[in-house]
Every structure is written in C-alpha cells, then in structure tokens.
Ligand binder design. Sequence first.
Ligand SMILES: [Zn+2]
Length: 358
Amino acid sequence: MRITTTIVLFLTLFLLFQTIVNASEALVNTDNLNVRSGPGTDHKKIGQVHTDQKYPVLQRQNGWVEIQLENSTGWITDDYITISGEDTSSVTSSNSDDASKTKSDSKENKSITIQYENTHIRKGPSTDYEITDFVNKGEKFDVISETNEWYEISNGEIKGFIFKPFVDKKSSSFATGLKSKTIVIDAGHGGRDVGAIGASGSYEKNVAYKTAMELKQELSILGAEVVLTRKNDEFIALGSRTSLANIVDADAFISIHYNSVPTLPNVTGIGTYYYYDQNKNLAKFIQQEVIKETNAKDRGITFGDFHVIRQTFKPGVLVELGFMSNLEKEQLLLTDAYQKKLVKGIVNGFAKYFGNRN
Ligand SMILES: [Zn+2]
C-alpha cells in the first residue's frame, strides 16, 4: 500500500516536472544580455547571459521573461531571445542539458508559512508591482521560485510574490524591530486647513493623507500597531494630535507634511525635523532612508519648533516630503509609485531606529 502510493507520487512528480521543465525555454540570441531582479530596466542588474545559452522560462510579463538560472531566477527582455517549447506537444526531453536542469530545479518542495496578518501578495518580485491578494498569519504556501528577496508562492488558489522577511523567521531581523511597536502617524492639516497648495492646485492635506494611509498599511504588515491622528479629511487641532500620541503611549510619532514656496518654484528636496535632541537619531534614520529610496535632494535634519513635535513626549519627528510648489515634483508626489518610495524609506528608517536601540 505504502509502496504503491510512493510510486504513484513519484510518477506524478516526475510528470509534473517534465511539464514544467519543458514548458518553454529561452534561447539567448545576443551576448552580454543583462539579467535583472525584476521585469524592467529600473530593476537591479544581477548578471548576464550570452548567445546560444538556454534557460527554462518561469513566466512572461510585458515584454520580459523570468528565467531559471543556476541558483536563482532573473528577468531578461524578450527582444533578444527566442522562446521555444511553448507548444507542449513538441516536447523533446532527453539531452543531458535538460537532465542537469531538472536536477538543479528539483530542490525539495519548499513551503512557507505566513507570519503576519494582511501580508501583501504582489504580481511580481518588487514593491513596484501591484498588490493582488492579502493573506493571513498561519496560511501555508508552496514555493515555486525565489530570488534573494522574494518568493514566488502558490496554494492552488492564490499565486504571487511575497517579500521574504514576511515569512522567513531567520531573515526577518528587518521586520522584528517594528513588531508590536505603537506608531502614531499624523497626516498634516485636514478639513478647512488644506495646508500648502501645489503648483497645479493640489492640497497638502490630501497628499499627506495618502502617504499616511500607505505608511499605515506597510507598518501594520510588519507587526506595528498604528494609530492615526486623523482618519479622514477633517480638521483636528494640533493639541488633540499630540495628546493622542501621549495617551496611547506611542513608541514613535511621525507628522507628515509637504512644503511649498510659491515664490521660489525651483526649490526642491526633503527634510526631517526634530525638537528634542534625543530624537535626532530617529530623524537621521528616516531622512537617510527616504533619500536613499527617492534620490531626492537631501535637505538634512533640522531643529524645528513645531507644536506637534514639541508637545509630543515620545520620540517624534516631522517630515517635509517634498515641495509642492515645484510643478514637476508636485506631479511626482501625486503618483502611487513615488508615494511607495517615500513610504518604503520611512519604514526602513523606523526599522533601523528600533533595530539600533536594542
Ligand atoms: Zn504642512
């Protein structure tokens, strides 16, 4: 009985493998073709492939092909390759090349368990991809492929990519610093107080709110408790914002703003303000990481006598994430892609801050 089951299982796996391996192959038609970590030239270069080399195709996306490399996966543009074997009836399987590929592919069936509630599943291996699903703590998935930072996972129903720190306990040092920390996010202005007005007429209160919501989501995924000083477009006095931060016993407070100097439309850049000296470190980490993600002009960290950071008796900073008075920057700030970069920088800054204190 057990032997029969084993044989059947082996046969099934074998057939499955043959299908996957032979499903399609990319034949490279040029030398020094860059392999990137994601499907697009803005992704990091991780290697090169050359004329006449063949690689199994894992998936295709908007003119890019994910291929199986020896110990990892990578993306190449489909401009310089020929894809073969897409018609599975023309399977030819037994040259030594295929055999070696099957071997390198057949590392044990790895599965992972989700560590956090509402973990994002994305369409591709980068935060630039749209979120296609949310999964919860305890759910299990099979690993289809992996890169240094991402797993491609599936449970038959949901399929997509997940950032490794969200599942791997050993590689989650980045995430653990934020787990169960209480962070108060203060979206500047609101209601009748529109804040700065951008070059094309957008309101600071709306952009700051957008950033706050995205930040809330990312921090929550990493296990932080997030409290918002305003939950919609309403006017909230500065005193109420700070007393909330003090009441909930926050581990950190961040007030989100955008700048404007209409008389000097060329002024740009991002700056972070602190009031108390002991909060310089938090300001420094957030500023550094946001600049790293956005490549914006670095206006550094500065002492700032702002009510929200003076009256908050918890580690608090105020960020000015860009100048809306510069038309080009204003348009950039309104994009989801740029908002994600800002948020990623802030999250990394918090992670470093909490990581460094232990
Ligand atoms: Zn403001």
